[in-house]
Design a protein around this ligand. Structure first.
Ligand code: PLP
Length: 412
């Protein structure tokens, strides 16, 4: 009798994921995830937790003691940050230049903030002067922005924005889910208060863990909202003087106590994801953070050279493009989804579409994390060349993959 699919061992088709993320995980990360489980208070486990804190301090380039993991996808770390920072009625200024700015707006609204979104056309970024003006006009408690908004492939410069906030006593929050490790973001040097990330982009892992870092001054503010769930209050427990955080799971005051030497019980740390996050960081630091940044920048130059050789028009302000993903207009003579379908089903390569006003207008082609490599870029470009030809596009004689290879040769 034929075994029904649901009873067969899982056996995903081989794919090269060259979209905006997720991307293929580094095999070392996958091996780390299959390591034996430990109890959450096993000293070996708590040692790993401490190591993870130290490793991510290096990834975020920070001295922040409060650098740890939120269990869940990147969005869980965003929610934990915003819910723990925002008290009802707080004013939050959000820089919206793509879909993920809208997400920050929505989460801040749900947390009870008075949200002031400032908008930029998709494909552009804010200047520091515009941010300073908005801070002066609206006088928010918190400024929230993405670093890389993957929906538009733009990278918001942040080197001055954290300082602009700090000078005005504003808390800065940055969603670097899609950009960290592919684009520079030294958290302390740029005076960012809270920053969160995910694993499935430039860190080369699967989604499911949200590393976070919190400045000391903001951690102190969060601790003022310290309310412990009944039944586990530590001896002498005195609740914080400020309002209780609206979520139990994302209560950073409690999660920080769990990651502190007291190990106050909260959730059960997702052990395999912790191994995974540890290995993602270890791989980056073994390579060297600067080398990883350079690898992404080189991949970007090679991808751009190849796509331009194909005669494709790139999307947005290229001087502020994320290194790890490139937006490209879908040529009029082809049907965007048919090309993506052929790339996936004939060549096993995934490229991305986009959202909202860009849906059906651009593809997003990524090279990040484990996939920011010469061979993956060359494969993607030669496959795209074949698929475009097959769909009737007239291309120049010049070879896209060779143009990308040339960029690598020049760099070597
Ligand atoms: C900039 C940005 N923020 C947030 C998210 C949400 O991440 P997750 O799907 O891991 O929750 C993404 C996902 O692509 C993203 O690119």
């Amino acid at each position: 009798m034929e075994v029904p699919n649901r009873l067969k061992q899982i056996n995903p088709p081989p794919r090269l994921m060259m979209g905006p993320g997720p991307v293929n995980a580094d095999p070392r990360v996958q091996r780390a995830m299959s390591a034996d489980l430990l109890g959450q208070y096993d000293p070996a486990m708590t040692d790993y937790m401490n190591e993870v804190m130290a490793l991510y301090r290096e990834i975020f380039v920070t001295e922040n003691q409060w650098t740890f993991l939120i269990d869940g996808t990147s969005r869980s770390a965003i929610e934990a940050a915003l819910l723990s920072l925002i008290e009802a009625g707080d004013k939050v200024l959000v820089l919206v230049y793509g879909r993920f700015g809208h997400l920050l707006t929505e989460i801040a609204e749900r947390a009870g903030a008075e949200v002031v979104p400032v908008h930029k056309e998709w494909g552009q970024v804010f200047t520091p002067e515009e941010v300073a003006d908005a801070l002066d006009e609206h006088k928010p408690k918190i400024l929230a922005t993405c670093q890389g908004d993957t929906s538009t492939t733009m990278n918001q410069p942040l080197d001055q924005i954290g300082h602009l906030c700090r000078e005005r006593g504003v808390i800065s929050y940055v969603d670097a889910t899609a950009s960290l490790v592919g684009n520079p973001l030294p958290v302390d040097a740029w005076a960012i208060d809270v920053c969160t990330v995910g694993l499935q982009k430039c860190l080369g892992g699967p989604s499911g863990s949200g590393p976070i870092t919190i400045s000391d001054r903001v951690a102190a503010l969060i601790k003022e909202r310290w309310h412990v769930e009944k039944g586990i209050e530590p001896p002498g427990f005195v609740p914080g003087k400020r309002s209780r955080i609206a979520s139990n799971y994302f209560d950073l005051a409690m999660v920080m106590a769990y990651w502190s030497p007291e190990r106050l019980n909260h959730h059960t740390e997702a052990t395999s994801m912790l191994y995974c996050a540890r290995e993602c960081a270890r791989c980056v630091l073994e390579e060297g953070l600067q080398n990883a940044l350079d690898r992404h920048a080189l991949a970007s130059r090679a991808m751009v050279a190849g796509l331009q050789t194909l005669g494709l028009k790139l999307f947005g302000d290229l001087s502020h493009k994320m290194t790890n993903v490139t937006g490209v207009y879908i040529p009029e003579e082809v049907e965007g989804e048919a090309i993506r379908h052929a790339m996936l089903h004939d060549f096993g390569i995934e490229i991305g579409t986009s959202f909202g006003p860009l849906h059906g207008k651009i593809w997003r082609i990524g090279a990040m994390g484990y996939n920011a490599r010469k061979d993956t870029i060359l494969r993607t470009l030669s496959s795209l060349t074949s698929v475009l030809k097959l769909h009737g596009m007239r291309l120049s004689e010049d070879d896209a993959a060779l143009a990308a290879l040339e960029v690598y040769r020049e760099a070597e």
